[in-house]
Design a protein around this ligand. Structure first.
Ligand code: ZN
Length: 420
C-alpha cells in the first residue's frame, strides 16, 4: 500500500517538506506525552515550547500551526493538504497509508479532521466562526485537530478575520491548512499570509500526470499520455478526459470553435453554444445533489405533518428551505463558472499551440488532436495574430473572474477571435 503522499504528482520538494513537518509534529506529541508523564499536565503545551523539548531542532524545519498550499488549479493543493492531515493523524507520524489515522483521514471520516469545501462563491463568517470554535476543542484521537480550507481565496473579509484570530492565537493542538491559487493579496490577506508557512506546488509535468493515471487508475498508457497533455497539468481533469466520453465530447465541441468563426453571426452563435454547454454541464453536476438535499431537509422537517405545532414548524421550515435554495443557487453559479472556465482553458490551449507553432518553438502541443488546425492558424495569423487571440481568451477569463456577466465576456471574446 503506497503512503499518503503517493498521489501528489510531480511535487517532490513539497513532499520532502511535509514529511519533515509530520515527523516534527510527531516529536512534539511524544515530547508532550513524556512531559505529561514526568512533570504533570501543566507544562507549556505549545509548539514553540515543545520544539525546544525535542532537542532544539531547527524550528523552520519543524511544525507550525498554519499552512498555505498554493499552486495552479489541478496541481493538487487539496490532495497535498489532505495527505498532510493524514500524516499528522498517522499513528506512526509518517503518513504510512495503512493505519486507522491515515485511512480515516483519507476517507474523509476522521473525527478530528474537517474539510471545508465551499460550494458557493464564498465562505461566510458564520460558517467560519462555527469551524474555529470546533477546531479549538481537544482532539479526540489525542493527536491534532486539523482544519482544511479548500479555496481559502473565497473567504469573505469577515470570515478571513475570524480565521485570522484563530491563527494568531492558535489552540495548542490545532492546525489550519489553507489552499489558494497564490499568496497574492487578492487570494489571501497579507495578515493571514504572514502567519502561515507557504508550500508552493507547481504545475505537474504531463509525464508525471500520465504516470499516475496509468498506475493508480489503470488507464492505457497512450490514452493517459494524450489526456495528461490535453489537461495541461490538471490531474483531475486529465482523469476525467481519459474516462468520461461526455467530457471528451464537450472538449471537442470547444475546440471546434476556432474553425466555426466565419462571421459576426457565427461568433454570436458560438458564444451562445459555449454558454449553454457550460450551463448544461453545471446542471448535470448539481441537480442530483440539489434533489437529495431538499428531500433530506423536508424529511428532517417532517414536511406534510399535521396536528399541533405543525403550523409553527412549517413557518420555520420555510425559512430553512429558503436558505437551502439560496445555497443551491450559489453552488449552481459556481458550477457554471467552473465549467465555462474549463472550456476557456481548452480554448486558450489551442491558441497557445498556434502561437508556439508560429514562433517555431520546440515545445509539444497541448492539443495533439487539433495540432493540424492550430498549424493552419499559425500560417494564417502569424505569431502576432495568434497572441492577440490567446490574449482575448485570457481577458475573457479575467473578466468573468471580475464578475462581468459571462455571456457579455464570451461574446466580446468570440468577436475578438473572429476579427483577430
Ligand atoms: Zn498511518
Amino acid at each position: 500500500m503506497p503512503d499518503v503522499f503517493a498521489d501528489l504528482v510531480g511535487q517532490g520538494e513539497a513532499v520532502v517538506e511535509l514529511r519533515r513537518a509530520a515527523a516534527a509534529a510527531a516529536a512534539v506529541l511524544r515530547a508532550g506525552a513524556a512531559a505529561l508523564g514526568t512533570a504533570g499536565p501543566a507544562r507549556g503545551d505549545t509548539l514553540a515550547a515543545d520544539d525546544a523539548a525535542t532537542g532544539g531542532v531547527d524550528p523552520s524545519a519543524g511544525m507550525t500551526h498554519a499552512w498555505i498550499f498554493t499552486g495552479p488549479p489541478g496541481s493538487g493543493r487539496s490532495v497535498a493538504a489532505r495527505a498532510f492531515a493524514a500524516a499528522l493523524e498517522c499513528v506512526h507520524g509518517t503518513g504510512c497509508g495503512e493505519c486507522p489515522g491515515c485511512h480515516t483521514t483519507m476517507g474523509g471520516t476522521h473525527a478530528d479532521v474537517r474539510m471545508v469545501v465551499p460550494e458557493g462563491l464564498s465562505i461566510g463568517v458564520g460558517e467560519m466562526r462555527a469551524l474555529v470554535l470546533r477546531a479549538a476543542s481537544t482532539p479526540s484521537g489525542g493527536r491534532w485537530q486539523v482544519v482544511v480550507i479548500e479555496d481559502a481565496d473565497r473567504l469573505t473579509e469577515a470570515a478571513g478575520n475570524a480565521l485570522l484570530k484563530a491563527i494568531e492565537e492558535p489552540p495548542p493542538r490545532t492546525v489550519f491548512l489553507l489552499c489558494a491559487p497564490s499568496t497574492h493579496p487578492d487570494d489571501i490577506s497579507v495578515t493571514i499570509r504572514s502567519r502561515c508557512r507557504v508550500v508552493p506546488l507547481r504545475q505537474p509535468p504531463a509525464d508525471a500526470v500520465a504516470e499516475v493515471l496509468v498506475r493508480r487508475d489503470g488507464i492505457a498508457p497512450d490514452v493517459a499520455q494524450w489526456a495528461a497533455a490535453a489537461a495541461q497539468g490538471h490531474v483531475g481533469r486529465a482523469r476525467r478526459l481519459a474516462r468520461d466520453p461526455e467530457a471528451r465530447k464537450r472538449r471537442e465541441a470547444v475546440l471546434a470553435v476556432p474553425r466555426r468563426l466565419t462571421g459576426v453571426g457565427a461568433a454570436f452563435d458560438a458564444a451562445s453554444a459555449l454558454i449553454e454547454a457550460a450551463e448544461a454541464e453545471a446542471e448535470a453536476s448539481v441537480t442530483e445533489a440539489d434533489t437529495t438535499e431538499r428531500a433530506a431537509l423536508e424529511t428532517a422537517l417532517g414536511a406534510g405533518g399535521t396536528g399541533r405545532g405543525a403550523a409553527g414548524a412549517m413557518r420555520g421550515a420555510a425559512g430553512q428551505l429558503k436558505e437551502l435554495e439560496k445555497r443551491q443557487k450559489s453552488r449552481a453559479t459556481r458550477a457554471q463558472r467552473d465549467a465555462l472556465d474549463r472550456a476557456l482553458v481548452d480554448l486558450a490551449g489551442f491558441y497557445r499551440d498556434a502561437l508556439t507553432m508560429a514562433l517555431r518553438a520546440p515545445v509539444a502541443p497541448v492539443h495533439t488532436d487539433t495540432a493540424a488546425l492550430a498549424g493552419a492558424g499559425a500560417q494564417k495569423w502569424d505569431a502576432e495574430g495568434a497572441l492577440r487571440r490567446l490574449e482575448a481568451v485570457l481577458a475573457c477569463r479575467a473578466a468573468i473572474e471580475a464578475n462581468v456577466k459571462p455571456r457579455i465576456a464570451v461574446e466580446a471574446m468570440m468577436l475578438a477571435l473572429w476579427k483577430g
